[in-house]
Design a protein around this ligand. Structure first.
Ligand code: TMP
Length: 210
């Protein structure tokens, strides 16, 4: 059985932790699953990720940024996601199309209908079966993300973590708007409940899907 599950959320929403937990859970059940991320996945898309997240790239124009995210996705789907789904693997993806609409559309204020068109083009017919939107107030998430970077001795903040708080508020609002529009696919989970409770909710929904 192939399933495509994506995880979305503002900075510091705890996606990566939850994805790893879900992977362990599925693996223990003997279910084949793979974790991947956007921007990223295959080497070409990981290279694009480096360009996108380099804090020195202050001159990167919003439209270049948008097209690079889309380009990374085309390659990711072509090389990784499609072949895995074809083999019947469950694919857990850290961010996908919704991130582009939330960050470049709501955050950067680029034309949302253009982004929706580009998203349709780049995702080549692949749509998530389920999306978990790990939600928390943007200032709390940002605080967590900055803390994490410090603990990892990663002094350089990613480009987005340097954005003003208003940008992150808009991104969160964008994500919540997407969830309201597609409530069957996008499940909003309040991460303030703590990691355990968040995972329990995710596990229950995934069990139902299986
Ligand atoms: P990550 O920190 O969750 O790995 O995500 C990398 C950054 O890229 C994060 O700040 C969100 C941003 N992003 C976009 O702006 N647009 C997109 O389409 C994607 C996939 C990520």
């Amino acid at each position: 059985m192939s399933l495509f599950i994506t995880f979305e959320g503002v900075e510091g929403s705890g996606k990566t932790t939850q994805i790893e937990r879900l992977k362990k859970y599925l693996t223990r059940k003997g279910i084949a699953c793979k974790v991947t991320r956007e921007p990223g996945g295959p080497p070409i898309s990981e290279k694009i990720r480096k360009i996108l997240l380099d804090p020195n790239h202050r001159k990167l124009a919003p439209l270049s940024e948008l097209l690079l995210y889309e380009a990374a996705r085309v390659q990711h789907i072509h090389e990784v996601i499609k072949p895995l789904l074809k083999k019947g693997t469950i694919v857990l993806c850290d961010r996908f199309n919704d991130a582009t609409l939330a960050y470049q559309g709501y955050g950067r204020k680029l034309d949302r209908s253009l982004i929706e068109k580009l998203n349709r083009l780049s995702s080549q017919g692949i749509r998530p079966d389920m999306t978990f939107l790990l939600d928390c107030p943007s200032d709390l998430g940002l605080k967590r993300a900055l803390q994490r970077n410090r603990t990892l001795k990663n002094e350089r903040e990613a480009r987005f973590e340097k954005e003003k708080i208003q940008f992150h508020h808009r991104v969160r609002r964008g994500y919540l708007a997407i969830a309201r529009k597609e409530p069957r696919r996008v499940k909003v989970i309040d991460t303030r409940a703590g990691q355990e409770k968040v995972f329990e909710k995710i596990r229950k929904i995934v069990d139902e899907l299986l």
